[in-house]
Each structure stands twice: as structure tokens, then as C-alpha cells.
Design a protein around this ligand. Structure first.
Ligand SMILES: Cc1cc2nc3c(=O)[nH]c(=O)nc-3n(C[C@H](O)[C@H](O)[C@H](O)COP(=O)(O)OP(=O)(O)OC[C@H]3O[C@@H](n4cnc5c(N)ncnc54)[C@H](O)[C@@H]3O)c2cc1C
Ligand code: SF4
Ligand code: SF4
Length: 1019
């Protein structure tokens, strides 16, 4: 065997270049064959290719096409077609890689949608065999009942796939206890690029081709023994290059506990360049039943770093993590409503850094004693009273969520300067950690930037991203910082790539790390396994330069097309200073799209919107599992459109398709770590689409409802006919696109707006001692008047003088006040603004007097705190927003102020358990605790919050025939089954459309919280 040359065959090395400039003919042929020979999804449109051109890195490489296999076998078929046509293949899972591993020309094969099953669970052996597209958290959710888990707990566990984790040799927060991915993989079945399906497992039991591969690699290891010993980093966290040392382990932890060679370990960390994984056999660990957490507060970052080496010695095997959160991260977390309360539970004063020290096992009492040892150690080190001891599970879990979101929190910085991942995860031996971080901080300062530090202090892998502007001098600085950081890594005998892999970003550093001889050996491994150079070519072998701007998302040619926006996006239109993180004034960022482009570019592709656990984001992705229907897919589509990479821009059919299933739930506004507000973007996009294509009949019908409601309600018999006649319903469906299967809200002749006048006059409320203004929206006013009356009655019973907000302008007789929501829902910003203006003028005098303006329908009331502020309505909008509250928020605040005693004594005990479903906008504003707390004013109330995403009705979304199925699926994901499983419960839902979905899907009524309270008032 020749172990000295490693050139790739000419034809193979040219393949990549050829496909990079591939003709439509190759793409056409590829698509055609995939379509005829498989049942998978064949995605070759410009938009689809653009959406798969990026991952959570700074890179963008447009692939030839995308294939989403329906079955695992179709991967082999796709590979065979690629082989025939000489098209490279880019394997992909969740696409959350940070170094550009999943970007490449050729065919991207996305395993995450269908190829994601457990194939075999052997509890006795403590193993599980999974398909590569299975998401880590979903595996662990199904293992939980057996008391075991797969412990490589990456921060992206809610969206990272096992195939991707193996590809990158991912490492979790608890790697000090469990090791990296490679230490937890026992076997892999994988296709080589020539179509052979091999079983990579114990070398000593291998035969045939597997044995041949093993012998080849073994010979290389023997041949390069000297370089392995001198050049190979010895730290746990080394993930660069191929694992040539499986035959001569250089790591502080053996690959396998028994020291035997397992050939699957060669594939782990190979980033899809050696073989395509069909399945992985994983080693399971016992799920710890007890955990305690000590949060050590430090007044100097250096001290925190220096302490890590001593802390890791604690715990006699039970220490599972030592994780860092620095001052910047603490400050950023404090600014994010979802995280602020949690981070406050962990800090004492204003620490410069905190270390999260976890002990896990089965005996809580023993762990508590170990926690005390930590307290004692810190005392000995001159830091008495510096540890927050968390022994209960809930606060620990909350804090871990914040730590896991660390990177994303950092990315929420507005402006073109962004924290860039390229020396993100260098690992150094613990004794050098403090010196290394000090030195690197100075490097950042020298280049006019700074970095935020966080992550795995236990294993010397501290994440840090200097802030760089990749459209300007970022690439130059990136190179300079990388050079200096690498010198430090070498000085401290560390690993340059300690967690996130090589990809485009670190490919060129493999040779730097291991030397030319080992790089040559890697090339030989690549050639031996993939002589066709079909699998992610030019990545780990012959990689491009990390700062090749032609491969970057914001490369040289990136330009935003000027547009006039309907909404005000100036808050995003800012510059930031890399060294201070200060941003310039809104509107000064020179975005030709007036801030919209910069708002869209906030998406860094981290993929959190692909999660399925708690939170609302993203209901449409949860149902379809399509990249196009994730917030990320939408943001990428908009970025392509705004930067001229998608013909037709915002008005293109591709943008329409991407936005079609966005229900405007605002889930992303809260749950997306960088605050991508797709609901607002949808309004903007629809505005542009309407300008070009006009409005559809259904949009006119629904949006104008507040305008014609007073007339329609006079003819309820006629208006409700459609609900009684299936024929009419069908006819209406064909005319309007509103599904015949859905009933429409019933019109009533007698409703709140023409019913008996309740409440006090405007003059009276302005002088009242306990004043409140009730804003009754179209839906509660006309269709569910009982809610409006109930709200009045409850407030009245609580001793308030209630004024019902009404129009001050009498130019539109009979009309009530409206926030403009129905117009916003179809992008009619100008009409929405007219309505909002009238509403604001009516409410302003009360707001100016500091009187609370209480609303019932979350989407309407919260429009005052959201969209009204970006429609150019000036200070008036700000003033009203400051006083606009939901019914439950008002009562909660008043209760806290001790003002609800008159109400409390009038409430009768609850007879049934109460189940609450939150409206998405309530959740987006973090208001669900108000609902549950207000319900608890009712004596003996037993309240449960349904863990649900969007109900699927979302205004008019679920009424539309084209969305009916998706709408039902959203509801069935959790909401409706939870209600069916609680037959006795009284269901509370504050959203009109949520109530409608619930009654449609379960035949059970849901009621507004105001009505619930009113029902419990002593008669
Ligand atoms: C915010 C954030 C936090 C992160 N935190 C961590 C962390 O804590 N620890 C950590 O290690 N990483 C972390 N990462 C990096 C990344 O999330 C992980 O590497 C993750 O495991 C990748 O999973 P994925 O499904 O997204 O894989 P992808 O990015 O889709 O793919 C990863 C690699 O695997 C290859 N691959 C995928 N499927 C196959 C297959 N079937 N056959 C062969 N090759 C395949 C791909 O080609 C690629 O090279 C983080 C990333 C982000 C954005
Ligand atoms: S939309 Fe938000 S959560 Fe989704 S990938 Fe982009 S930044 Fe991440
Ligand atoms: S608004 Fe809701 S549906 Fe739309 S992208 Fe955001 S989370 Fe998804």
C-alpha cells in the first residue's frame, strides 16, 4: 500500500468545479431522475436552493438542488443517481453547523424530515439504533420512561440530529462526565460513495471491506506514529481532522472503555466526507435522578477561569458540568424578557462571571453534601458567600435553558457587526485557561473588537466570538485574529477545533494543527473511502480559505435593493461599535430597505425555530417539518428576495409560498433568540404583495368586517344562512376560499354595542377614584357580547368606575372602535393605520391621565403595544401603549397592589378543574402567568396551563380552505388532545379564534377568563 501520496483522481477533483458552474442540463437531469426514481421531495427552485445554501455559519454556497428522502433506502438511490451524473452530495441534518459543514455545491440530502426513527432499542445492552435524521431531544424524550438517555447534550439538542452530531463529533455541556459524541457511538451502518453499504463496528470482528478499511487506516497510524505523538492535541476536546488515532489513541479519554478499536469512530467527526450514515448504534447512560447546581459568582473573569481547574476535582465522579456565563451574557440575558427572571435567581450583586457547577447522580443528599464542598472550596479561595445553591429541579432547568441559549443571546446584537464563529471553540488545558483567555482578550482589543465568553470551562472549551462586520473589514480581521489565536492555542498545547468541527471555516487549519504528513494521511483516508470525491468534496481535504468572501453569505456582491417600507423598521437600521457594542440612533444604519433587511438578517440560521419542545415557535414547521415553513426558511427567503437573489423580490411567488403558512403567531418574536419577528415581516410582505397583485375577495371580506359589522348584525337571519345550508357554505367556499367545513361566527341582532348602556361617561371616568377604560373589540362586541358584559361586571364588582371606550369622531355612525387588526392580517397597513388612529385618539385622554385601558381580545389589545408603534402614529401611540393592558394583566397588577379585596369576597369556589390555553400573542408578550394568577382569585381554583403552540385558527387562517388541514394538525398537536383528556375541566381561552378552534375540534366550549370570573360572582 502506498501511504505517501494522496492526490485525488483528476476527474474527481474536477467534479466539484464542474458542478459549481453546472448547467441547467445537469440539474434538470438530476431532478428528473430523482422525481422518477424516488418518492422523496425534489426541491430545485431558486428559493429552495437558497434556503439550503446556509447553516449557522457565515457561509453561503448555493447547491444544485435539494433532496428530502421519504425512506432511508432512497438515500442510496439518490447517491447512485449522483454517482452517474458526477454530482457531489452534501449530507444534512438540522443544518445547525457553525462552520459551513452543510454548505456546498451538489445535491443536499436532508434527513431530518422523514429519516428519523428508532430502529432498535436494547435496554439490556443499553443501546439504541437510530436513523440519522432523529433529533436528540426527541430520542431522549422517548427514552425517559426507561430511565436512560443519550448524554451528549448539545445546546442545539432540540433541533440537532444524531446524524449531524455524529458528523461533527458534537460535544455536550456534560462532556467531562460522558465524553464527546465519539465516546458514545458503538456502530454505524453507512454507504460509501460507490454504493457499498458497510457495517462499521468492532475492528477485531470485522471482515471484508470493513476489515480492509480498518487495515488501511491502521497502517497509516503506524506509519505516522511519530507525528501522531508529537502533533496530535491531547485534550478531550479535539474534533478536527479524521480520527486516525483510533489505532493509537492520543486523547486523555480512550475512544472505548475497553480500549478496543471501533471503526465507526473513523466516521464520527468526518463531517459527511467519508460515508453517508444510514443508522447509528448509540450507547445509553443511566438518567441521573438527582441533580444539584452551585452557581459561583465571581467579581473577576480571570478568577473564574483560574478556579475551573480546582472545581473540576470536586465531586468524586458526580461532577457533570462547569459552565461559564460572563458579564456581557448576564447583561444581555437581563434584557430578554424570557430570560431575565431566571438569570436574577443566579446572581449575587453584579458579578463579572458565573460558573454553573453541576453534580448529578441518584442520591440527592450525597449531592447536597458535594455542593457544600463547593461552597467550602470557594470560601478557601477567598470567595465566601459567592455560591447560589440550587437543589430544586425547576430553577436548575430554567438556568440551563438560559445557558443553552447563550450563543443565541449574544447574536441578538442589532447592526452589521455580529459575533462571528471561527475561533469559537478552541480548547486548552485547564491550567492555562485564565492565561489563554486574558491573552485572547488582548488580541480582540488590538483589533478593535471584543468577545463574549461562555460555555464549557470544565473541559477548557470556552466559546468566544469577536464582533466583526463581515460586509466590511470583517474577513481581514477574522484572518488576523485567527492567526494570533492559533499561536496561543499552539503555545498552550490545545486544540484549535474543540467542538464545532472544521467545515469551511477551519478546513484550512487542519494542516496547521496536525502538520503536512498527517494532512496527507487524511487525504489518503478520504481517497480510500471516497475515491469518487462525491461526498462533501473540498472540505476536510483540499479546503478553501476560511476568508474566501465568494463563499460568504454577506460576500462582496451582497447588496440590498432599496424599498419603501410600510412599517417602521428603523429600530434595526443602526450601526454598532464592535468594541463597545453601542448602537447608533434608529434609522442611521444606511439600510436601503429602511431597516427591514437588517431585521431579516438578524436570523443567523441557528435553527432554534426547528424545535418541538416548549414554546410557540414555529407552529407551521411543527406540522410540516419543511425548511420553507420554519422561521429560518422564511427569513432566508426574505433575505434572498431583499438582496436580489430571488427574482421578483418581495412580490415573488416564492416569498408568498414561504409566508403562506406563517400564522402570524408572534411565537418567534419571543422564542427566537435573536428576536426575528416574522409576524411583523409578514404584514410588511403582504403589503408589498397587495400593491402588485391586489387583494383577494376573502381578504376584503374579513378585513372589512369591523366596518360592516353594525349593518350585518341587523340582518342576522340572512347573514347566518350560510352556516345553516351546506350548499351555501360550498358556494361561499368557491367564491371566497373560506372553507365550507368551518362554521362562521354567528351574527346577533342584540349585541354589546346596541345593548343596554353600561359604565360611566368619559367625563366621569376622568374624575373617578378607581377608573378603568374597557376597550371592546369587534369580536367580543358583536359575536360574544357576554364576554364584554362579563368584563364590565367583574370590574364593577371590584369597585371600578368602568368607561366603555367609544368613538369620538361621529363621521361613521354606528361604528365601534377597532384596532385595525383585521387589516394588518392581510397587510393593509394604510387602512389599519386609519382605524388605529381613530382608536388612539379616543383612548389618548385616558392614557394621558394614567388610566388603564383594558382589552379582552389579545390580538386586538396587544396591537396597541406592538404594530401601532410602528405605523407612524407618533407619540400618541407610545402614550396609549404604555397604558394598554389585557383584562387579566390589569387584575393581576391591581391584586398585587392590594386593590381587589372587594372582588375576592364576591367570588364563589370553583367546582371544576380549569384548563387554560394561551393565545399566541398572550404568550409572545409573556402574559400567561397573569391568566393563571387571576384564575386563582377564585377560591379552590385548580389551574393547569396546556403546553400548546398555536391553536391553528390564528385569525382567519384556519377558516381558509387551503389551510384547513394544516390548521387542524396544529390544533391536534397538543391542544385538542389535552382538552379531550380532561373531560371534566372547564376550558379557558382568551382568544376568539382559539375558542372557535376548540369548539370545532372537541365540541367543548371554551370561555374567556372574564366570563369565568363573572360566572363565579355571587349572584
Ligand atoms: C446556537 C448553537 C449552539 C451550538 N451548541 C453546540 C454544542 O453545545 N455542542 C456541539 O457540539 N455543537 C454545538 N453546535 C453545533 C451544531 O449544532 C452541532 O454540531 C449539531 O450536532 C449539528 O447537528 P445538525 O443536525 O444540525 O447537523 P448538520 O449541521 O445538518 O450536519 C452536521 C454534519 O454532519 C453531516 N451529516 C449529517 N447527516 C449525515 C449523514 N446521514 N451521513 C453523514 N454525514 C451526515 C453533515 O454533512 C455535516 O457535516 C451549536 C450550534 C449552534 C448554532
Ligand atoms: S429565525 Fe430565529 S430561531 Fe430561527 S434560525 Fe433564525 S435566528 Fe434562529
Ligand atoms: S409568526 Fe409564528 S408561524 Fe410565523 S414564523 Fe413566527 S413562529 Fe412561525
Amino acid at each position: 500500500m502506498n501511504t505517501t501520496t494522496a492526490t485525488l483522481p483528476d476527474s474527481a477533483s474536477h467534479t466539484y468545479e464542474q458542478v459549481a458552474t453546472a448547467s441547467n442540463e445537469v440539474a434538470g437531469l438530476l431532478a428528473k431522475r430523482l422525481k422518477t426514481e424516488t418518492q422523496g421531495e425534489v426541491l430545485f427552485s431558486t428559493a429552495d436552493r437558497g434556503r439550503y445554501a446556509t447553516d449557522a455559519s457565515i457561509y453561503q454556497v448555493i447547491p444544485l438542488g435539494v433532496f428530502v428522502p421519504k425512506h432511508a433506502e432512497e438515500v442510496a438511490t439518490a447517491m447512485a443517481i449522483c454517482r452517474d451524473l458526477k454530482v457531489p452530495i452534501v449530507p444534512r441534518g438540522g443544518g445547525t453547523s457553525q462552520c459551513g459543514q452543510t454548505t456546498g455545491v451538489g445535491l443536499v440530502i436532508d434527513h431530518s424530515k422523514h429519516v428519523r426513527n428508532i430502529l432498535n432499542l436494547d435496554l439490556q445492552a443499553g443501546t439504541v439504533e437510530v436513523q440519522p435524521g432523529m433529533v436528540l431531544d426527541s430520542l431522549n424524550a422517548s427514552l425517559k420512561k426507561h430511565g436512560v438517555w443519550f448524554p451528549v447534550d448539545v445546546s442545539t439538542g432540540a433541533q440537532a440530529t444524531l446524524g449531524g452530531m455524529a458528523g461533527n463529533n458534537s460535544c455536550g455541556s456534560r462532556s467531562i462526565a460522558y465524553g464527546n459524541m465519539v465516546h458514545n457511538v458503538l456502530g454505524a451502518k453507512a454507504w460509501l460513495s460507490n454504493g457499498e453499504l458497510l457495517d462499521f463496528s468492532q475492528f477485531e470482528n470485522s471482515n471484508g471491506r470493513e476489515k480492509q478499511i480498518g487495515l488501511f487506516v491502521k497502517q497509516l497510524a503506524v506509519h505516522h506514529q511519530a507525528e501522531l505523538q508529537t502533533n496530535w492535541p491531547k485534550v478531550l476536546r479535539r474534533v478536527a481532522g479524521y480520527n486516525l488515532d483510533i489505532f493509537d489513541n492520543q486523547n486523555e479519554r480512550p475512544y472505548s472503555p475497553d480500549g478496543k478499536v471501533n471503526l465507526s469512530h473513523l466516521l464520527v467527526g468526518s463531517e459527511g466526507t467519508l460515508a453517508m450514515t444510514q443508522s447509528l448504534t448509540l450507547k445509553l447512560s443511566e438518567l441521573p435522578t438527582a441533580k444539584v447546581l452551585g452557581v459561583v459568582n465571581f467579581n473577576s473573569f480571570h478568577k473564574a477561569m483560574d478556579s475551573a481547574q480546582h472545581i473540576v476535582k470536586l465531586g468524586s465522579g458526580s461532577l457533570t458540568a462547569v459552565e461559564l456565563v460572563d458579564r456581557t451574557m448576564i447583561d444581555l440575558s437581563l434584557k430578554i424578557p424570557a430570560f431575565a427572571p431566571t438569570i436574577r435567581t443566579a446572581i449575587i450583586g453584579e458579578p463579572e462571571a458565573i460558573l454553573l457547577v453541576e453534580f448529578a447522580g441518584t442520591d440527592k443528599e450525597k449531592l447536597k453534601r458535594e455542593l457544600k464542598q463547593l461552597v467550602a472550596l470557594m470560601g478557601d479561595m477567598g470567595l465566601p458567600n459567592s455560591v447560589v445553591e440550587m437543589v430544586d429541579d425547576a430553577p436548575q432547568k430554567n438556568l440551563w435553558e438560559v445557558r443553552k441559549a447563550g450563543l443565541n443571546i449574544m447574536m441578538s446584537l442589532k447592526g452589521d457587526g455580529k459575533p462571528v464563529s471561527f475561533i469559537e471553540d478552541c480548547a486548552v488545558p485547564l491550567e492555562h485557561l485564565a492565561e489563554y483567555t486574558d491573552a485572547l482578550t488582548q488580541v480582540f482589543q488590538k483589533h478593535g473588537t471584543k468577545g463574549t465568553w461562555y460555555a464549557h470551562a470544565s473541559v477548557g472549551t470556552l466559546h468566544v466570538r469577536p464582533i466583526l462586520d463581515m460586509r466590511r473589514d470583517g474577513p481581514l480581521k477574522m484572518r488576523a485574529i485567527a492567526e494570533e489565536a492559533s499561536a496561543l492555542v499552539r503555545k498552550f498545547k490545545g486544540a484549535y477545533s474543540g467542538e464545532h468541527g472544521d467545515g469551511l471555516c477551519r478546513g484550512e487549519w487542519i494542516e496547521w494543527q496536525f502538520g503536512p504528513a498527517l494532512q496527507q494521511a487524511f487525504a489518503q483516508i478520504k481517497q480510500h473511502l471516497d475515491p469518487l470525491n462525491l461526498l462533501s468534496p473540498n472540505r476536510m481535504v483540499n479546503p478553501p480559505k476560511m476568508d474566501d468572501t465568494s463563499l460568504m453569505r454577506f460576500g462582496n456582491n451582497y447588496k440590498i435593493i432599496p424599498i419603501q417600507t410600510a412599517l417602521d423598521w428603523s429600530a434595526w437600521n443602526v450601526h454598532n461599535d464592535a468594541a463597545t457594542e453601542q448602537t447608533t440612533l434608529p434609522g442611521t444604519g444606511q439600510d436601503p430597505a429602511q431597516g427591514l433587511a437588517k431585521a431579516v438578517e438578524m436570523c443567523n440560521n441557528n435553527g432554534t425555530c426547528r424545535k418541538f419542545d416548549a414554546g410557540t415557535m414555529c407552529p407551521s414547521f411543527r406540522v410540516t417539518r419543511d425548511e420553507v415553513h420554519a422561521t429560518r426558511g422564511r427569513a432566508n427567503t426574505l433575505r434572498l428576495a431583499l438582496s436580489g437573489q430571488l427574482q421578483g423580490g418581495l412580490e415573488s411567488p416564492e416569498v408568498k409560498e414561504a409566508m403562506d403558512l406563517c400564522v402570524g403567531c408572534k411565537g418567534c418574536k419571543r422564542d427566537c433568540p435573536t428576536g426575528v419577528d416574522m409576524a411583523r415581516m409578514k404584514i410588511e410582505v403582504q403589503h408589498h404583495y397587495n400593491e402588485k397583485h391586489g387583494l383577494q375577495l376573502k381578504d376584503k371580506l374579513i378585513s372589512n368586517l369591523p366596518r360592516y359589522a353594525h349593518i350585518a348584525s341587523q340582518w342576522p337571519g340572512l347573514m347566518n344562512l350560510r352556516n345553516q345550508s351546506p350548499l351555501l357554505a360550498k358556494l361561499a367556499e368557491s367564491l371566497t376560499g373560506l372553507s365550507a367545513e368551518r362554521s362562521w361566527p354567528e351574527w346577533k341582532k342584540d349585541h354589546f354595542f346596541n345593548g343596554p348602556r353600561v359604565g360611566v361617561s368619559a367625563e366621569e371616568v376622568l374624575k373617578a377614584s378607581k377608573p378603568v377604560v374597557l376597550f371592546v373589540d369587534t369580536f367580543n362586541g358583536y359575536f360574544e357580547s357576554e364576554n364584554a358584559w362579563a368584563a364590565h361586571d367583574v370590574l364593577f364588582a371590584a369597585g371600578y368606575q368602568v368607561h366603555i371606550a367609544s368613538r369620538t369622531k361621529q363621521d361613521t355612525p354606528g361604528q365601534h372602535l377597532c384596532c385595525g387588526r383585521t387589516y394588518l392580517a392581510s397587510g393593509q397597513v394604510n387602512k389599519a393605520k386609519e382605524h388605529a388612529q381613530t382608536l388612539l385618539e379616543a383612548l389618548l385622554p385616558f392614557a394621558q391621565k394614567g388610566i388603564a385601558i383594558v382589552g379582552l381580545e389579545p390580538s386586538c389589545l396587544l396591537t396597541l403595544r406592538d404594530e401601532s408603534l410602528v405605523m407612524g402614529l407618533g407619540e400618541m401611540a407610545e402614550t396609549v401603549a404604555a397604558h394598554a393592558v389585557l383584562f387579566e394583566e390589569f387584575l393581576e397588577a391591581e391584586n398585587k397592589a392590594g386593590k381587589l379585596d372587594p372582588l375576592k369576597i364576591k367570588l364563589t369556589p370553583a367546582q371544576k378543574p380549569i384548563l387554560v390555553h394561551g393565545h399566541c400573542h398572550q404568550k409572545a408578550f409573556g402574559l400567561m402567568p397573569s391568566v393563571t394568577q387571576v384564575i386563582q382569585l377564585i377560591p379552590q381554583a385548580k389551574v393547569d396551563l396546556i403546553e400548546s403552540s398555536c391553536c391553528g385558527m390564528a385569525g382567519s387562517f384556519g377558516y381558509e380552505a387551503s389551510h384547513l388541514e394544516v390548521s387542524k394538525q396544529m390544533a391536534e398537536a397538543n391542544l385538542l388532545p389535552s382538552i379531550r383528556n380532561n373531560e371534566d375541566a372547564c376550558v379557558v381561552a382568551d382568544g376568539t379564534s382559539c375558542r372557535h378552534q376548540i369548539v370545532d375540534g372537541t365540541k367543548r366550549d371554551a370561555i374567556h377568563v372574564a366570563l369565568l370570573l363573572a360566572q363565579h360572582l355571587i349572584k
